[in-house]
Design a protein. Structure first.
Length: 343
């Protein structure tokens, strides 16, 4: 399609229009979600509880670093109440750290009506010309995110490291925009119960509004690290990456038994949208009887960017009581929920 600026894209169509996002999903290889296979009876050596956090994003939770800390710790405490004993793996949604770009200048941006307006106010604050910068508005957006990245990364890391320690849990910390050199990536950190960062996954396949016309992030190379956990070897695929089943297959070949897929769906959760998501992680795990997928989705959002979705924990259909492939699924598309599944 013709190139548009971020401002034009959000002005001319609903925020995070379904057209480019759906096109990106359709570009990913597709397969049917459930083919029932009888006879699954694998033995898991250790009892572990999995949790998917369908977290409600609210701008006020990013008004200060302490407010963000209390929000995350509160969620972790709520999860622990549901799984008070034993090993615990908690997966937060994509973009949980995105709101930290507004934290240092919260009073300046809180009355903005759109993400673009908030971004322009931040550019003015940091003396970044929205259109005179090399690369135009896209270049200015990249420059802004690089400027804010040290603060975003520090708070994101400190808060989730503490949450893992306090909760005594393995934590897949959703994602945040983090700079590396000239690039800014959509990055997920994972922590062990000691609060040590044990895995870093960068998003490989970007949706259009993460590309030049939007946040101007950089796609990551196809690097798929994994880490051993009490639930088995863990790999992370951020949102759209989970629709590329060859990435799931690569993880499975390397012995991964648990795939976390933090997501943020900036579209109305229609019947058609929900059906489209079934071609992602749910479909991708069907030919791998040892795999379980955890897909938390952020809901709510910032300014004019709103998200909906139903979080889920999925497996091969034969492992689920009703043959649907869902071990757990959120009831709501727009409210905060915590899903748990005892392995």
């Amino acid at each position: 399609m013709a190139r548009q600026s971020f401002h034009e894209l959000l002005r001319d169509q609903p925020p995070y229009s379904s057209a480019p996002f759906t096109s990106a999903l359709l570009a990913a290889p597709q397969m049917q979600p459930c083919v029932y296979v009888l006879g699954y009876n694998r033995y898991m050596p250790k009892s572990v509880s999995l949790a998917a956090v369908q977290m409600q994003y609210r701008l006020e939770d990013y008004r200060s670093a302490e407010a963000f800390r209390e929000r995350v710790l509160g969620v972790l405490r709520a999860v622990r109440q549901r799984a008070p004993k034993g090993d615990l793996m908690v997966v937060f949604p994509e973009d949980v750290g995105l709101g930290l770009i507004f934290t240092q200048d919260f009073e300046r941006v809180q009355t903005a009506k759109t993400m673009v307006e908030a971004g322009l106010r931040l550019m003015e604050r940091y003396q970044i010309s929205a259109f005179a910068t090399e690369g135009g508005f896209a270049g200015a957006t990249r420059a802004l995110l690089r400027t804010l990245s040290p603060f975003v990364e520090r708070v994101y890391h400190e808060v989730f490291s503490e949450a893992a320690r306090v909760g005594g849990a393995w934590v897949v910390a959703g994602s945040a925009p983090i700079a590396q050199g000239e690039c800014v990536h959509n990055v997920c950190y994972t922590y062990n119960p000691k609060g040590e960062r044990v895995l870093v996954q960068r998003k490989i396949n970007l949706v259009p509004l993460e590309q030049e016309a939007g946040l101007n992030l950089c796609p990551a190379p196809r690097e798929l690290p994994a880490v051993n956990t009490p639930a088995g070897k863990l790999g992370v695929l951020i949102c759209l990456d989970g629709f590329y089943h060859e990435l799931i297959d690569q993880h499975a070949k390397r012995g991964v038994r648990l795939i976390a897929m933090p997501s943020f769906n900036p579209l109305p959760w229609t019947k058609e949208e929900a059906q489209g998501w079934e071609s992602g992680l749910l479909a991708g795990v069907q030919k791998h009887p040892d795999l379980i997928g955890v897909n938390p989705m952020g809901v709510g959002g910032f300014f004019d960017v709103r998200a909906e979705g139903q979080s889920s924990i999925v497996a091969q259909c034969a492992r689920t009581p009703d043959g649907s492939g869902y071990l757990a699924r959120a009831k709501s598309k727009s409210q905060e929920e915590i899903l748990t599944y005892p392995m």
